[in-house]
Design a protein around this ligand. Structure first.
Ligand code: FES
Length: 152
């Protein structure tokens, strides 16, 4: 089994839970009060290609739109909310990269973000980053850390 994470550490160990009874395992919880959510199959993400949108459940707020892309071989997940104004980045669903395939771009006014960490790379974001989510890849799926609100 191989696993990679954009949040550090190997998300799998022997404590991983069998989530559907078919031998598939959910990665070990990233931290107390968090769990992993499978958001897409690994092969849905091409390097620098279209992203996959998903919603982040929140224990005390409406679901938040989010997305994941592949960059430098790893899944990179962010809330789908520009730091300039609270709008989603993609006018065309799943189109988050600019033409270079290096930066994430907001379609509204052109804010550019580094794909590796969501830092502002220029434009109206004026130094404000995207909100990054911890993501990993294992067992043919891309997983994102979701807060459960429970700490035990
Ligand atoms: S809303 Fe994203 S750049 Fe203005």
């Amino acid at each position: 089994m191989s696993a990679g994470s954009s949040g550090g550490g190997d998300p799998f160990d022997d404590r991983g839970a069998d989530v559907n009874g078919a031998g598939a395992r959910e990665p070990t919880a990233p931290a107390p009060g968090w769990r992993w959510k499978a958001v897409c199959a690994s092969d849905e993400l091409r390097e620098g290609g279209n992203g996959v949108r998903f919603d982040v459940p929140s224990p005390d707020a409406p679901e938040l739109p989010a997305f994941v892309v592949r960059f430098e071989g790893r899944p990179r997940a962010y809330l789908n909310r520009c730091s300039h104004m609270a709008v989603e980045l993609d006018w065309q669903e799943g189109r988050f990269f600019d033409d270079t395939g290096l930066y994430l771009v907001c379609a509204t006014h052109g804010a550019l973000y580094h794909a590796a960490d969501g830092a502002c790379a220029g434009g109206p974001c004026r130094g404000r980053p995207l909100t990054a989510l911890q993501a990993c890849e294992a067992d043919g799926k891309v997983w994102v850390a979701i807060r459960t609100g429970r700490t035990g």
